[in-house]
Design a protein around this ligand. Structure first.
Ligand SMILES: [Zn+2]
Length: 65
């Protein structure tokens, strides 16, 4: 496991906070995880496309759905 920190903007309050995806160094594929906002505590659904442990794209959406 490598630390893979990303700064995201909350879907609800638009504050930024850091998340640690904790993805494997050699992982390639799609990852979906819920992170609660550090500011407003609402659930943000984080969709990432990962290639060789590097985040290629990251989408933040409503984790309540
Ligand atoms: Zn928030």
């Amino acid at each position: 496991m490598v630390s893979n920190e990303q700064t995201i903007t909350c879907h609800f309050c638009f504050e930024t906070f850091e998340i640690d995806l904790g993805i494997d160094q050699n992982f390639s594929g799609h990852n979906t995880e819920i992170f609660d906002c550090e500011v407003c505590c609402n659930p943000n659904k984080i969709d990432t496309e990962i290639y060789d442990g590097e985040v290629n794209s990251l989408t933040v959406s409503d984790g309540n759905e």
